[in-house]
Design a protein around this ligand. Structure first.
Ligand SMILES: [Fe+2]
Ligand SMILES: [Fe+2]
Length: 261
């Protein structure tokens, strides 16, 4: 995994969020503002958090050669998510809403994330980011407000990069699984993603309705997003499978030495 690319990316991207200013007062009709600001407050809560356990899990892979620098990249990734929380907090304030301290879907999501191991934590995080891609993209297209568009465009840009960051990590890990392990991993990812999208679509139904999106339309777009991600993940795993020379070092006169991925 090219962790130095990600460290550089997160470092150079760090300043943009706090520079986004919301100067024009919002003129959104109340029928949109009220459900929208509640929905944004839920996402704001989801973006916040110290990432303590994620950082701890990242230490597990730190000794592996191909994850050198991953811990630093995760630290910067967590900082970027916290920048999203600050940005959304300012947006909620701009739209005259209130921030939330606790919310049931967010609590379930946080507990679920740390049930198993690092791969699972990243996978649950990834599931949320795949849903977020559709959510912020829909808001960007459908909410007639400059501040909402500016914030969603920036977060969407970042989340697209996060998807690539998680894809590179998972590809390295999935490539070490047996064919049966890969199949099972794929099945459980699809099931968890499908359940999550339905819970999110139901939880944010008032906002989606105010923006003219149906429950099934949102779920369908999320499914397409997951399928695109899975196809790119499969492609990357195949590339890793097809490049054994990167993981096997042959020295003249000696048998090949396996280098851990
Ligand atoms: Fe985020
Ligand atoms: Fe993210």
């Amino acid at each position: 995994m090219n962790t130095s690319f990600w460290i550089h990316h997160f470092q150079t991207n760090a300043a943009v969020h706090d520079q986004l200013l919301f100067e024009e007062p919002s003129s959104l009709p109340e029928s949109i503002r009220e459900p929208l600001v509640h929905s944004l407050a839920i996402f704001q809560l989801g973006e916040s958090g110290g990432g303590t356990r994620l950082r701890r899990y990242a230490r597990e892979v730190a000794p592996l050669e191909n994850f050198r620098g991953y811990q630093r990249a995760i630290d910067l990734f967590v900082c970027e998510e916290q920048a999203h929380a600050r940005l959304l907090g300012r947006l909620v304030d701009h739209l005259k809403g209130s921030l939330l301290q606790k919310q049931w879907t967010n609590s379930i999501f946080r507990r679920l994330r740390f049930l198993v191991n690092l791969e699972f934590a990243i996978q649950v995080l990834l599931t949320a980011e795949l849903v977020a891609e559709v959510y912020y993209g829909s808001l960007y297209l459908r909410v007639p407000d400059a501040a909402v568009k500016a914030a969603c465009r920036q977060i969407l840009r970042d989340e697209m990069k996060h998807l690539e960051f998680q894809r590179q990590f998972l590809a390295e890990r999935v490539a070490t699984f047996t064919p049966v392990g890969r199949y099972l991993w794929r099945c459980q990812f699809q099931v968890i993603h499908a359940l999550t999208t339905r819970v999110v679509a139901w939880d944010h139904r008032q906002c989606l309705k105010a923006l003219g999106m149906s429950f099934s339309g949102f779920v369908q777009r999320c499914r397409e997003s997951q399928e695109r991600f899975q196809a790119r993940l499969d492609e990357r795993v195949q590339n890793l499978d097809a490049a054994p020379s990167a993981f096997e070092v042959a020295e003249p006169g000696r048998s090949k030495v396996q280098v851990p991925r």
